[in-house]
Design a protein around this ligand. Structure first.
Ligand SMILES: N[C@@H](CCC(=O)N[C@@H](CS)C(=O)NCC(=O)O)C(=O)O
Length: 421
């Protein structure tokens, strides 16, 4: 039997329970026909949550035993099945998960909403209060960034309830107010956020997330949400602290969709090199790699239609834990999915002991690292990019060795070699 969750479809607080349900294998359904401002003001709803806020969960014990407050709901969902690791596997992990849940709520969510809600018109705008919220948020993100430099997840080696709650809170920020120039100060938080929101269990609930392109301009405070019948715009008085569920997706839908622009790389003069042919040759060559694949690569290579690039991770000294380093590279390749039609890449994780070096080779359509990749994939700025001079035999040999996973590479063994094709 499904648990019923009362909330709108784009409520980040409801996402917490819905994502936890995916991980825990619990069935949770959104109440049908829920309408924000109407459904949560009925007498039946107010019996479940007297403050009239969402989300609220109906439990199998009936409407007399509902649960409100999104963290409590997510905890209930996570604990309604025993055989999952959302709460870790020891008392100390449990305590740390609770610690990060509080941190996510009090230090991250509270400061993001203190910054965003006044700008969106859900609370009064006071410049010194905004300044304090931003300073406090930066302080929290900086601590989080340091923790994530050596940890893939907040606690242990897999997703826990703390990651779910923190990511949902960060989602509101990334989607509506935390622009790239703000988040780039916290590269490990960026890597963590994009890796988690792209996990299938998150993606299924949240969909594809796009980072805010601008900090919203200040709006005048909106009126409180009212049942539709009362025609709130005509009759109700504006109330300074009126708070309404931000329903971003619905807001977005009001804007007419822009026609999809053609990728500028599709407008380049045709190339004799067919990327898929090279990818096939690479995948199908099992023996005599030098003679077959590498030779085939240079026979196909079109230096006018394509360019080759070395990349070098800028923060190798932080690569102190092997699986965190491997996850970092894996996440990068996942995020490069948008460039599959235009790129081929090899990423080497080098060294037999920490700190590991991450170096790569990329083949891109065109003569530059494509701008849409720089714009969309934040990992790009974590690397130093150098165009390969194919007239330099030493550089050409380095290309060959990277394609081939040659060992020892620059005198060191390889921990791993990942291919993007
Ligand atoms: N601390 C609560 C916050 C709930 C909350 O603020 N809900 C908003 C939507 S995100 C709401 O229902 N607003 C309607 C109102 O204020 O009347 C939780 O985590 O569940």
């Amino acid at each position: 039997m499904s648990l019923i969750l009362h909330a709108g479809k784009s409520n980040k607080n409801a996402y917490k329970a819905l994502i936890a349900a995916e991980y825990a294998g619990v069935q949770v359904e959104l109440a049908p026909n829920f309408e924000m401002g109407v459904s949560n003001k009925t007498p039946e709803f107010l019996k479940m949550n007297p403050i009239g806020k969402v989300p609220v969960l109906e439990t199998p014990d009936g409407p007399v035993f509902p649960v409100f407050e999104s963290n409590a709901i997510a905890r209930y969902v996570a604990r309604s099945k025993d055989d999952n690791t959302l709460y870790g596997s020891s008392l100390i992990e449990y305590a740390q998960i609770e610690q990060w849940i509080d941190f996510a709520s009090m230090e991250i969510d509270a400061n993001i909403t203190k910054w965003y809600y006044p700008r969106a018109g859900y609370a009064p705008f006071l410049p010194p209060a905004e300044e304090f919220a931003i300073t406090s948020l930066k302080r929290a993100l900086s601590a989080l960034n340091s923790h994530l430099a050596t940890n893939t997840y907040l606690v242990g080696h897999s997703v826990t309830l703390a990651d779910i709650i923190l990511t949902c809170n960060l989602y509101l920020g990334f989607a509506y107010i935390l622009v790239k120039s703000f988040t780039s100060e916290f590269p490990h938080v960026e890597r963590y956020f994009w890796t988690l929101v792209n996990q299938p269990n998150f993606r299924k609930i949240v969909g594809q997330v796009k980072q805010a392109e601008a900090v919203p301009a200040v709006q005048s405070a909106k009126k409180p949400s009212q049942p539709k019948e009362s025609k709130p715009k005509a009759k109700s008085e504006p109330k300074a602290v009126a708070k309404k569920e931000p329903e971003p997706k619905e807001e977005e839908e009001e804007v007419a969709p822009k026609p999809k622009a053609k990728n500028p790389l599709d407008l380049l003069p045709p190339s004799k090199m067919v990327l898929d042919e090279w990818k096939r040759l690479y995948s199908n060559t099992k023996t005599n790699f030098r003679e077959v694949a590498i030779k085939g690569f240079w026979d196909m290579y079109d230096p006018e239609g394509y360019s080759l690039w070395f990349c070098d991770y800028k923060y190798n000294s932080e690569n102190t834990v092997s699986f965190v380093t491997l996850n970092k590279v894996g996440g990068f390749l996942q995020r490069m999915d948008l460039a599959r039609k235009y790129a081929f890449g090899k990423m080497l994780v080098i060294g037999s002991e920490p700190p590991f070096k991450v170096k790569g080779l990329w083949l891109f359509r065109g003569q530059e690292v494509p701008q849409f990749v720089i714009d969309e994939c934040y990992d790009m700025e974590l690397y130093e990019w150098t165009k390969v001079d194919i007239n330099d035999e030493a550089q050409k040999e380095r290309v060959n060795q990277m394609i081939e996973d040659y060992e020892p590479f620059e005198g060191e063994s390889l921990l791993d070699a990942k291919c993007f094709k």
